[in-house]
Design a protein around this ligand. Structure first.
Ligand code: GLC
Length: 438
């Protein structure tokens, strides 16, 4: 059994820790702008101009069953949809604002259709809910707000009461956690300290942290409505999962006091931004996509990869291609991901590889990320296994133990275990060797 003791969580993270891999979906009025989900504030879009996106929101090709099928085939076991992003536009039928999908040409509850379709495919359901709201009249104008540089920004902000906005969030979270059945993850976003130089009229100096969100009481409400739900850390309070974004951790985070290992999930985009971006070209290569997954699991973490659907409601060809990379790889190599975690400390990963190990301790996986050698030495594995094979086709992998090999200077090299790299791996994206341990 894995020797890594995971810190207990209030939310049910056992399935999450096993399933490892999810789909993030960023969909909203910003999908029509098709350049960034922060377009409203990046470009200081006036309210009337932004309203055009809402007035023309009509994803007539939205087919969540197709989304769910693609997520499942890609090996994703859960999905998190933006129910409301920073723009404040709601994809669900809410009583507390008319700024929702119900008042657009589309006119139907996107969230309801998403939940039904993904649940039918057996995926766990997550809701992303933005703490930030650039449309709500009680949300104080701050350092991120689209109206922050308006000549009358101070005037616009006067009288805004964040307590009224927090009540709005309570009401909407109650709707989301009551009207759509069992929700497995609440993914809120995000808290930010005031940066120096904000104008003095900004409330809370222009930032918003746990106190402004009344985080403790929001968390209490959420847990009372959805016992077992997983809550992320972005209300400004550590909860069930930490969520490093668009970066690779270099270790498995641990509790500072107890040393217990934390449950964590890193979130990444296929391309540069979260919402659909028509003209964005920084799409990750197949190797980058798979290496991201294997490196994350090798550090005991989960990966959630984001799709930004088009405003017509479908995944574009680039997203489909990226999902297919996962589908083609995980079909044969999923055993090295699901139910796996960081390898035991006794196993030192050979250069150019990362290791994952089944939680039951019986199988070790050598992910040959950058391993161009005819042989590679793995002394810390010597004598500890019974058999090894290439995972994708279960073809035997040969090795030599106690090879008396000498380097050119005549020194005996430590070749207690030299593994022969199967030549076919050179044509594969992210090949994996499965090792059956004693
Ligand atoms: C960052 C982005 C936000 C995105 C989130 C996803 O907060 O600003 O747009 O939804 O990351 O993790």
């Amino acid at each position: 059994m894995s020797s890594y003791i995971r810190k207990k969580t209030m939310g049910d993270t056992d399935w999450f820790f096993h399933d490892r891999f999810g789909m993030f979906i960023h969909f909203g009025a910003y999908s029509l702008a098709a350049r960034h989900e922060w377009v409203k504030t990046k470009e200081f879009v006036p309210e009337d101009k932004y309203q055009l996106y809402v007035d023309h929101f009509n994803p007539d090709l939205y087919n969540p069953k197709e989304w769910a099928r693609k997520a499942k085939e890609a090996g994703m076991k859960y999905a998190v949809l933006t129910t409301k992003h920073h723009e404040g536009f709601c994809l669900f039928d809410t009583k507390y604002t008319d700024y929702s999908v119900m008042n657009t040409p589309y006119g139907k509850d996107i969230v309801r259709e998403f939940v039904d379709a993904f649940r039918a495919e057996g995926l766990k359901i997550g809701f992303y809910y933005s703490l930030i709201d650039w449309h709500h009249p009680e949300f104080p104008i701050d350092q991120l707000h689209p109206r922050r540089n308006d000549p009358d920004a101070e005037e616009q902000d006067r009288g805004r009461d964040i307590k009224k906005y927090v009540q709005y969030m309570r009401n909407q979270l109650t709707e989301l956690l009551t009207n759509y059945g069992k929700i497995d993850i609440l993914w809120v976003d995000y808290s930010y300290p005031a940066k120096p130089g904000n104008p003095s009229w900004m409330q809370f100096n222009g930032g918003k942290l746990k106190d402004q969100w009344e985080a403790e009481s929001l968390i209490e409400l959420v847990r009372s409505l959805a016992p077992g739900i997983i809550i992320n850390d972005r209300m400004g309070l550590p909860q069930d999962i930490s969520t490093p974004e668009q970066r690779q951790k270099d270790c498995w985070p641990q509790d500072k006091e107890t040393g217990e290992y934390l449950t964590w999930e890193t979130c990444h985009t296929f391309s540069g931004v979260w919402g659909y971006a028509r003209d964005e070209h920084s799409w990750k290569t197949p190797k980058m996509l798979i290496d991201l997954l294997t490196r994350t699991v090798a550090l005991g973490g989960n990966l959630i990869m984001n799709v930004g659907p088009t405003a017509r409601g479908y995944f574009d060809a680039r997203a489909d291609k990226a999902l297919q990379v996962y589908a083609d790889w995980i079909k044969y190599n999923g055993r090295s991901i699901y139910g796996c975690t960081m390898a035991e400390p006794e196993f030192k990963a050979p250069s150019g590889t990362v290791l994952t190990q089944s939680v039951d301790g019986k199988r070790l996986y050598i992910h040959l990320q950058d391993c161009q050698f005819k042989y590679f030495s793995f002394p810390s594995l010597a004598g500890k296994f019974t058999y090894m094979q290439l995972l994708n086709d279960a073809s035997e992998v040969e090795y030599i133990e106690n090879l008396n090999s000498y380097d050119a200077a005549g020194n005996l090299e430590d070749a207690s275990l030299a593994i022969k790299t199967p030549p076919t791996v050179y044509d594969m994206v992210a090949p994996v060797i499965e090792v059956f341990l004693k």
